[in-house]
Design a protein around this ligand. Structure first.
Ligand code: AMP
Length: 217
């Protein structure tokens, strides 16, 4: 199964992608994670992307299309993949179609996680992640059980994304509405989009996503 997860920043794409990975044995391809890895490694792509990401803008289409094109050729994508954070513009969606056709692959579903913008500012601003195992937390909605200790692996180091502050989140939401939202209509025309209510509790969103992905009898 090959699918795209769409949704505004903070809609919960990453959280739901991890759960879909487990439920359907497919691999999550997060372009945000790929870019953050490039920034950390100090590669030429990372050096170019760093300031753009910190400013809440989108990196150039050509940069991200090249990364995804190469990533889809890796063996772990053979069992299916979840695109998390890609495509984010119409040219990216068109490039994805061309690249899937070239590789003999097909898109099965587009899941759109629908949320209210204002709630996203609060949701994103308090996010942090365990530096060791990657478990995600939130200052208000999902704090660690013991202060400063990861519930999952016991580590005591955490990271916060440089672009997870209220000012940048508003810019990211603006970019989402201007550049990404139009691609829902692009996939709607092909009958591929399934919408879920992303304002519900995380487990309830997962239930909706999983039922959207199960073959209909
Ligand atoms: P994310 O982790 O998906 O929220 O992405 C973080 C940031 O990485 C975005 O705000 C963009 O600056 C950049 N980014 C990630 N995916 C893309 C994409 N498909 N196109 C352009 N920029 C992207």
């Amino acid at each position: 199964m090959n699918l795209i997860l769409l949704g505004a920043p903070g809609a919960g794409k990453g959280t739901q992608a991890k759960r879909i990975e487990e439920a359907f044995s497919v691999v999550q391809l997060s372009t945000g994670d790929m870019l953050r890895a490039e920034v950390k490694a100090g590669s030429p792509i990372g050096r170019e992307a760093d300031a753009i990401m910190k400013g809440g803008q989108l990196v150039p289409d050509s940069m991200i299309i090249g990364l995804i094109d190469a990533r889809l050729d890796r063996d772990d994508c053979r069992g299916g993949f979840i695109l998390d954070g890609f495509p984010r513009t119409l040219p990216q969606a068109e490039a994805l179609d061309a690249m899937l056709q070239k590789k003999g692959l097909k898109l099965d579903t587009v899941v759109s996680i629908e949320v209210d913008d204002e709630a996203m500012v609060g949701r994103i601003s308090g996010r942090f992640t365990c530096a060791k195992c990657g478990e995600g937390y939130h200052d208000s909605f999902k704090p660690t059980k013991a202060a400063g200790v990861c519930d999952v692996c016991g580590a005591t180091e955490f990271t916060r994304r440089a672009d997870d502050n209220a000012e940048t989140v508003r810019k990211r939401l603006k970019a989402y509405h201007a550049q990404t939202k139009p691609i829902i209509a692009y996939y709607d025309r092909r009958g591929l989009v399934q919408r879920v209510d992303g304002m519900r509790r995380i487990d309830e969103v997962t239930e909706q996503v999983i039922s959207a992905l199960r073959p209909k009898t």
